[in-house]
Design a protein around this ligand. Structure first.
Ligand code: IMP
Ligand code: MG
Length: 180
């Protein structure tokens, strides 16, 4: 890994792990006695998702969806495209959409509306990270790991141009990398 692409570690893997435990416990309490379908948004949420579902003590199903809103850079194009739909119907089910980060909110706004149209029992959003200062929609996360400043982050599933997802910590990308 090219260390000079990283400006600093923002959230350590230990901090992520302990927050994920709290989120898992909260979801377990909130949905006590209910079944839940956890929807992982590919690809960024996959690391968080794998950790989170193992901290939830409920009758769970998992499914995967992929949409894309970004080109190659660090800001949204404003367009959302379906890449891979869910494998199973969700009518009557409790859905928790799991995301890596809420930035403008455009992606999740689209996803939430898309899934709500399929008549699930409920739809909530769980995101590891949230950049509230960047929001362009009304969207709010129901479960949020960490609120962060407006800095581009990588690691723990988050990428820059598809790279660096495997970094264990959440790190701030060096602005030189993207010319910021
Ligand atoms: P939104 O539609 O603007 O909320 O964009 C959400 C998506 O943008 C996330 O799922 C990420 O894939 C990507 N994204 C936004 N901010 C960052 C960041 O700081 N690092 C890596 N990916 C990001
Ligand atoms: Mg992404």
């Amino acid at each position: 890994m090219d260390q000079n692409k990283i400006k600093k570690v923002l959230i350590t893997r230990q901090q992520v792990a302990s927050r994920v435990k709290e989120l898992g416990a909260q979801i377990t309490r909130d949905y006590a006695g209910e079944q839940v379908t956890m929807v992982c948004t590919l690809r960024g949420a996959v690391v968080f998702f794998a950790d989170l579902i193992r901290e939830i003590d409920l009758d769970l199903e998992i499914d995967f969806i992929a949409v894309s809103s970004y080109g190659g850079g660090t800001s949204t194009s404003g367009e959302v495209k379906m890449i891979k739909d869910l494998s199973s119907p969700i009518a009557g089910k409790n859905i928790i959409i799991v995301e890596d980060i809420i930035d403008s909110g455009v992606t999740l706004n689209y996803l939430k509306k898309l899934l709500e149209a399929r008549q699930p029992k409920s739809v909530r959003i769980c995101s590891l990270l949230d950049k509230p200062s960047r929001r362009k929609t009304e969207l709010k996360g129901d479960y949020v790991g960490f609120e962060i400043e407006n800095e581009y982050v990588v690691g723990c599933g988050l990428d820059y141009d598809q790279h660096m997802r495997q970094l264990a910590d959440v790190c701030v990308l060096a602005p030189e990398v993207y010319g910021g």
